[in-house]
Design a protein around this ligand. Structure first.
Ligand code: C2E
Ligand code: MG
Ligand code: MG
Ligand code: MG
Length: 265
């Protein structure tokens, strides 16, 4: 009986695997069609100075206006986009939108999220600068958000690209800081303007894990201070989180307390 049960279970498992594989293939085909139709749109979320709430910039966040399923969040499709390599095409469509939007606003910067995959191609920096130039947009108003994975991937190449971009005024932000490898020794070698403190640490500033989160955020802020890098707290949802971050010396914040991501208009 144990054997029969084992067989049933493995049949169920095979069935689930097949269903999941089919779902991913469908999603990939869907994503290819969406690229052809340019079904992507940036939503924008304000980044504020914690001391007075002044808006200093916005982060552009990718949404897929799916015909049947409405605007989809990146979590639903970014994995497939990364695995298939399609994310690069999606990102370029997205960046074109963002650069156009930049021209319609008088002030502040906009940051875009850059998949580590872009650093596998040699011309990312040149292509981004060309996009800005073609739109007549000021490169100093665009920032790129990278994750630590991107820095570790191929350090010399990434450094070269960051320097090209920085030469034209495109600054780099390190996203989700504290969740990756946090290879601190790398940090001072890259031209990084800001660390974005991952929202898990900010969320922890309320509630049971407060002591631990305080210690971690303090350590991150001390590190950033030493390196002369400014800091943005991500996922600020409560007044207490805002207050604590500010007291600890974090300059900027972003989160539902200030505004949800919204379409351009
Ligand atoms: P991220 O860059 O760390 O973006 C922050 C995420 O936190 C966003 O999720 C945002 O909507 C969410 N968020 C902002 N404030 C709050 C808050 O107060 N509370 C909570 N719980 N969440 C908050 P979103 O828009 O779903 O994006 C998820 C991730 O998808 C992003 O994380 C980024 O890694 C990736 N992504 C977004 N846009 C792009 C893009 O254009 N290209 C690429 N390659 N990746 C993107
Ligand atoms: Mg980001
Ligand atoms: Mg983040
Ligand atoms: Mg994230």
């Amino acid at each position: 009986r144990a054997k029969a049960r084992g067989r049933d279970r493995s049949a169920l498992f095979d069935e689930a695997m097949r269903a999941e594989a089919t779902r991913l293939l469908d999603l990939e085909a869907d994503l290819r069609r969406a690229i052809i139709n340019n079904a992507f749109e940036p939503y924008f979320q304000p980044i504020v100075r914690l001391a007075d709430g002044a808006v200093v910039g916005h982060e552009a966040l990718l949404r897929w206006n799916h015909d049947l399923r409405g605007p989809l969040l990146p979590a639903e499709f970014i994995g497939v986009g990364e695995d298939s390599g399609l994310i690069e095409q999606v990102d370029w469509l997205m960046y074109a939108h963002v650069v156009r939007w930049l021209g319609t606003r008088a002030d502040g910067y906009v940051s875009i999220n850059v998949s580590p995959r872009h650093f596998h191609s040699d011309d990312f920096a040149e292509r981004l600068l060309r996009l800005l130039d073609d739109a007549g947009a000021d490169p100093r108003r665009l920032r790129i958000e990278l994750t630590e994975v991107a820095l570790l991937d191929d350090a010399p190449r990434v450094l070269r690209m960051l320097n090209i971009l920085r030469g034209r005024g495109v600054l780099a932000l390190l996203d989700d800081f504290g969740t990756g490898f946090s290879a601190l020794s790398y940090l001072h070698r890259f031209p990084i303007q800001s660390l974005k403190i991952d929202q898990s640490f900010v969320a922890g500033l309320d509630g049971e894990t407060r002591a631990e989160s305080l210690a971690l955020v303090r350590a991150i802020l001390a590190l950033a201070g030493t390196l002369g890098i400014d800091t943005i707290g991500e996922g600020v949802e409560t007044e207490q989180q805002r207050h604590t971050l500010l007291q600890l010396g974090c300059q900027y914040g972003q989160g539902f307390l200030y505004g949800h991501p919204r379409p351009a208009d």
